[in-house]
Write a protein that binds this ligand. Structure first.
Ligand code: ZN
Length: 482
């Protein structure tokens, strides 16, 4: 039987603020445990929260970028549950009156256009962190670090519109690109700035009714989203096929084994006893403020991709790769402008530059090569000063030595040889040294021509102007034949 997966995603992202959502403590990653804490984020009795305006601004930007309606009034709510890393006994979130609702994310996945509806975007604070391993007494105790407690997050909840594990990974990756491009988050997945929960059920293709879903928590890479869902889809189908039922529960993905394991039975909203947060007034935002933020939204990755195709006449595939990060897209635009050859700029960036980045584990921001320097290299090729193979050699040297292309070409004598006399000398030498091949050519064996030209180019270190070599070679060979 064919089964259809039905997937909805909840993405939590850390907002790019200096301080926490309801207090002035720093959000800097990597501080010693419990350094960034105060009575508010430790949940001490009587401490009162004060909302961070910058966090609201970033949350509104995210909502606008996703086409949501931002509400002028939204309400903070207490989500009550006990956990050792949640000292207040509740998390301040938003519930029935979220910041924004009804958006969508449209993207291409494997050549097809997809649209995933966004139900809501709401603000909430993060909890602290329980450490169960890594300390000398970890076999006996759990350590608590409250540095993350109160860090501002938004949660973006999608409709269950995703139909495959690959599309889920693509959605997550596009979402990250939008949130990074708008400056909402730094998108650093290793530091936990972005994580994804996936709700997944399967149903037989001919049945409309939804199957029982499970939730996979806290997945922190695109690849693991795909792996976790592929495993879970297979596991649910196997259960249904063997006549078992799927249990409504929360599961964890183990990247080591590639499997999901049961964590706890799934809570329902009523388990949390949500009620309006009495320590915070309703969040009121004026339409003027929202409109102001809408006007300063940068160009979003998908729009930029379409513009690249139209403006630079590069293939859609190239545009897709180049707009994966805004830094890479900007690097391309600057190289294209300075070289006046967008296609060559795209080829170099997607080819040699990316190869180097992968080889050295660098991001485009850390590449020791400016768009201007790369454009200089492209201009040398376009003007015929150097050949394609020489350009690759120069590129390597630019990278390691940090010198400009024309400097390297001049100091190392790499420029193409257009000197007719020099080429003439080389041709004469090759013809003398290969008298047999010349004889064969003149007797009608034309294949030897390529061999002779190759010998000349080789003897000149690959720098001879090929057109010049050809014309002199033909002239010399014809001379002898006449
Ligand atoms: Zn604090």
């Amino acid at each position: 039987m064919d089964y259809v997966p039905v997937i909805g995603l909840e993405i939590h992202t850390q907002l790019r603020t200096h301080s926490k959502l309801f207090c002035g403590c720093s959000t800097t990653f990597g501080a010693p445990p419990n350094q960034h804490t105060c009575p508010v984020c430790l949940g001490l009795p009587g401490a009162l929260p004060v909302l961070n305006r910058r966090a609201v601004e970033l949350a509104v930007k995210a909502a606008l970028a996703l086409g949501c309606t931002v509400h002028e009034t939204s309400i903070f709510a207490r989500k009550n549950y006990f956990y050792p890393d949640l000292p207040k006994g509740y998390q301040i979130s938003q519930y029935d009156r979220p910041l924004a609702t009804d958006g969508a994310l449209e993207f291409e996945s494997r050549g097809e256009s997809k649209r995933v509806g966004i139900i809501r975007v709401h603000l909430e604070e993060d909890a602290g962190k329980s450490l169960h391993e890594g300390l000398p007494d970890s076999d006996r105790t759990t350590a608590l670090d409250f540095n993350r407690s109160g860090v501002p997050l938004i949660e973006i909840v999608s409709h269950p519109d995703v139909r495959s594990a690959a599309d889920a990974a693509e959605y997550f990756s596009r979402m990250r690109a939008i949130l990074v491009a708008t400056g909402v988050t730094d998108g650093n997945m290793e530091e936990g700035s972005l994580r994804c929960d996936a709700n997944i059920s399967v149903r037989p293709g001919d049945v409309q009714e939804l199957g029982v879903k499970t939730e996979i928590k806290n997945i922190n890479s695109f690849r693991n989203v795909q792996r976790a869902l592929e495993f879970e889809i297979g596991r649910q189908i196997a259960r249904l096929e063997s006549g078992d039922r799927v249990t409504h529960e929360t599961r964890l993905f183990d990247p080591g084994t590639g499997r999901t394991v049961s964590m706890r039975s799934k809570e329902e909203a009523h388990d949390y006893r949500y009620f309006p947060e009495p320590d915070l007034p309703p969040l009121m935002i004026t339409t003027d403020w929202i409109d102001g933020l809408r006007r300063v939204l940068p160009e979003l990755p998908d729009a930029r991709r379409r513009r690249f195709v139209a403006q630079y006449a590069i293939p859609d595939y190239d545009a897709g790769v180049l707009t994966q990060s805004s830094a890479l897209a900007t690097f391309f635009e600057e190289t294209a402008a300075a070289s006046a050859n967008p296609k060559a700029a795209s080829n170099w960036i997607m080819g040699e530059v990316t190869r180097k980045m992968n080889e050295l584990g660098l991001s485009i921001e850390d590449v020791p090569l400016t768009p201007g320097a790369l454009a200089g290299l492209i201009r040398l090729v376009d003007s015929g000063t150097i050949s394609g193979p020489t350009a690759k050699e120069v590129f390597e040297k630019m990278y390691t030595a940090g010198r400009a292309a024309d400097e390297i070409v001049a100091s190392e004598g790499l420029a193409r040889i257009d000197d007719e006399g020099a080429v003439q000398t080389a041709v004469t030498k090759v013809l003398e040294a290969n008298a047999d091949a010349v004889k064969q050519y003149r007797a009608g064996k034309k294949q030897t021509y390529g061999f002779l030209v190759g010998q000349v180019i080789k003897s000149m270190g690959g720098k001879a102007n090929p057109a010049l070599v050809n014309s002199i070679m033909r002239r010399e060979l014809d001379k002898g034949a006449a």
